[in-house]
Design a binder for this molecule. Structure first.
Ligand SMILES: Nc1ncnc2c1ncn2[C@@H]1O[C@H](COP(=O)(O)OP(=O)(O)O)[C@@H](O)[C@H]1O
Ligand SMILES: [Mg+2]
Length: 362
């Protein structure tokens, strides 16, 4: 991307006492980009947002927003919009006063405040609710007010910390789409934090996968989902089979992997593949094809251990020559039943290899 970066983190480290919550995080976010920090609870996502907002001070590194180094700038002199899970509207103030708060604080002229509040409410598609109290509105509407309050100051960057997690499942999905549309329309640079992979995959231009305070991988949703760089990313995103084994042979661009106590699988051979090397084969559950036994080329047989009907798809656990495989398959004809013998096929292109250090083999 050639556009100037809106937010840059240069080797940001943050320790709480002797505990290092964020380690050498380097990240550059383009203007207008929607970037999601995704990772399990405790991996440092909130700490990164808090350090950009100025609520905590990094112990190392630099933060640059809109071309200005801000990690030494006091919180009220940073131009940043924040929305948290518990949106913390002032309960006894009207919607208008809630949204106007940041503008009054910035000494914006009165008639301008009214214009900006009206405009912000239009942007979040809640026009005309200025006089209401937060308690008169639904959870989803309150969340939109919190969003209006954050964007009304025209921040350099919008920070969203699990803003949808307090909403029930249906509303959460609706707000996901809505939030993304609003973000696009306003064109605001956004850092979104979630531990929910579906949310991240659905909303983001780019996903930054974090583990234990460090960035594991950064890429488009498709990149991180289809081309995980590490064991952590492969197991955190989606449902994958992680099968330890050894490279039995490399031939014609394919590597035959002898799974420990199990069958042999074919993978596209990375350049680094050497006969005898220990590897972990990674196969998405959706890429394990299950069919009736016909003995066609490239298949092995397995026995259905358990089957769950999921509507359009079914999830299976299958015993395949000594290993347990997880498969999620579209229901063509009928759901396979426990105890049935099936053919299993895995395309070599759908079998990634991790080296002994848990990194993807290249
Ligand atoms: N004020 C604090 N004092 C000490 N440890 C903290 C503090 N805030 C967060 N932590 C710890 O830092 C780590 C990262 O926390 P956080 O950034 O909140 O993670 P996430 O948002 O990814 O769940 C966690 O282990 C958490 O317990
Ligand atoms: Mg958090």
């Amino acid at each position: 991307m050639t556009a100037a970066a809106a937010v840059e983190l240069h080797d940001v480290t943050l320790a709480y006492g002797s505990f290092v919550a964020v380690k050498n995080v380097a990240l550059s976010i383009a203007k207008g980009e929607f970037v999601t920090l995704l990772g399990p609870s405790g991996c440092g996502k909130t700490t990164i947002l808090r350090s950009i907002a100025g609520l905590v001070q990094p112990t190392g590194g630099e933060i640059v927003v809109a071309g200005r180094r801000i990690d030494n700038v006091p919180i009220h002199k940073r131009n940043i919009g924040l929305v948290f899970q518990n949106y913390a509207l002032f309960p006894h103030k009207s919607v208008f006063d809630n949204i106007a708060f940041g503008l009054k604080y910035r000494s914006v002229e009165k008639s301008m405040i009214a214009k900006k509040v009206t405009r912000a409410l239009e942007m979040v598609r809640l026009p005309g609710v200025e006089k209401k109290l937060p308690s008169e509105m639904s959870g989803g509407q309150q969340q939109r007010i919190a969003l209006a309050r954050a964007i009304v100051i025209e921040p350099d960057v919008l920070l969203l910390d699990e803003p949808l997690s307090a909403l029930d499942a249906n509303l959460r999905e609706e707000m996901r789409t809505e939030l993304k549309i609003i973000q696009r329309e306003v064109g605001i640079t956004t850092i979104f934090v979630t531990h929910d992979q579906e949310e991240a995959l659905a909303m983001s231009d780019r996903i930054v996968v974090m583990n234990k305070g460090e960035i594991e991988q950064s890429g488009t949703p498709e990149d991180v989902y289809r081309r995980p760089e590490s064991r952590f990313v492969a197991s955190f995103l989606g449902q994958s089979n992680l099968l330890p084994g050894r490279i039995a042979s490399v031939q014609g661009g394919k590597a035959a992997i002898r799974i420990d106590n199990g069958p042999e699988l074919l993978a596209l051979a990375p350049a680094a593949a050497r006969e005898g090397a220990r590897v972990t084969a990674v196969v998405r559950a959706q890429k394990v094809a299950v069919g009736s036994t016909g003995g066609s080329a490239g298949t092995m047989t397995g026995k259905i251990v358990s089957a769950s009907y999921l509507g359009g798809t079914a999830a299976y656990f299958i015993d395949a020559g000594g290993v347990r495989l997880q498969a999620i398959a579209t229901i063509e004809d009928r759901v396979w039943r426990e105890g049935e013998t099936v053919d299993i096929a895995i395309n070599p292109t759908d079998c990634l290899l991790l080296d002994e250090g848990g990194k993807r083999m290249r």
